[in-house]
Write a protein that binds this ligand. Structure first.
Ligand code: B16
Ligand code: MG
Length: 218
């Protein structure tokens, strides 16, 4: 029986995945190489430094630790500039209604985001109160696809992994949640997220009771 719901943040709750992409693309341009949306899929969900490593691989760029630190900071500045105007309007379709319903039905709710900016984002969105526990990129050693952040979240809401259902938009996140022994609903394109147990295009019209029945009959 599912009694804990664990949400990824970027790309699931809020449309910030496009800002990460914008910021990485701008950095790539400054380093003189092109970076496209397909390549960007690999950067989703992983930590800032790991995403930078992947980006530099795409551009065939070798760099010192110091350069990498400066570039990661620069990307974060571009990203944070995008965040400065964030409001509830940036919530993805159906999210607020879904969070309200799940709260009424007494599920335990956790956030599991690789982002070190997660708390700032929740603050701008005014949705912190929906979460019983928040796990973010400042609290883990290993980033997705390692299961650490999901195990931390499940511990935080005192629901064992097999009673947790995860919502993720990234392949790295789906892999992390599966390794933690959890069921995963992919939010996005079913062609991209084929490793999830179920894929939904958005929370609009998403029915949790139907999804639970689907898993219980599986
Ligand atoms: P930051 P999530 C992840 O958040 C993003 O998907 C990923 O693209 C980003 O590199 C990572 O956070 C780190 O973010 O630079 O803000 O610390 O999807 O796990 O909520
Ligand atoms: Mg995400």
């Amino acid at each position: 029986l599912i009694n804990g719901l664990i949400f990824d943040l970027d790309g699931v709750i809020v449309d910030t995945a496009k800002y990460h992409y914008f910021a990485w693309k701008k950095l790539a341009k400054e380093l003189n190489f092109a970076f496209d949306e397909n390549q960007n899929e690999a950067l989703k969900g992983v930590s800032r430094m790991q995403a930078l490593e992947l980006l530099l691989n795409f551009g065939n760029i070798k760099a010192s630790q110091e350069e990498k630190r400066l570039w990661a900071n620069r990307k974060n500045r571009y990203y944070q500039q995008c965040l400065s105007n964030l409001s509830q309007n940036d919530l993805l379709p159906g999210v607020l209604t879904f969070l309200t319903k799940t709260k009424e039905r007494k599920y335990k709710i956790a956030l599991a985001s690789s982002s070190k900016n997660a708390k700032t984002i929740l603050y701008h969105l005014k949705i912190e109160n929906y979460f019983d526990f928040i796990a973010d990129g400042n609290m883990v050693q290993e980033s997705k696809p390692d299961p650490e952040i999901f195990l931390l979240a499940s511990d935080g809401i005192k629901c064992p992994p097999n009673a947790c259902l995860v919502f993720e938009d990234a392949l790295s996140g789906i892999q992390a949640a599966k390794s933690a022994g959890m069921l995963v609903i992919g939010v996005g394109n079913s062609k991209v997220l084929s490793t999830a147990d179920l894929v939904i295009s958005s929370f609009d019209n998403f029915n949790l009771t139907e999804a639970e029945a689907y898993f219980n009959n599986d």
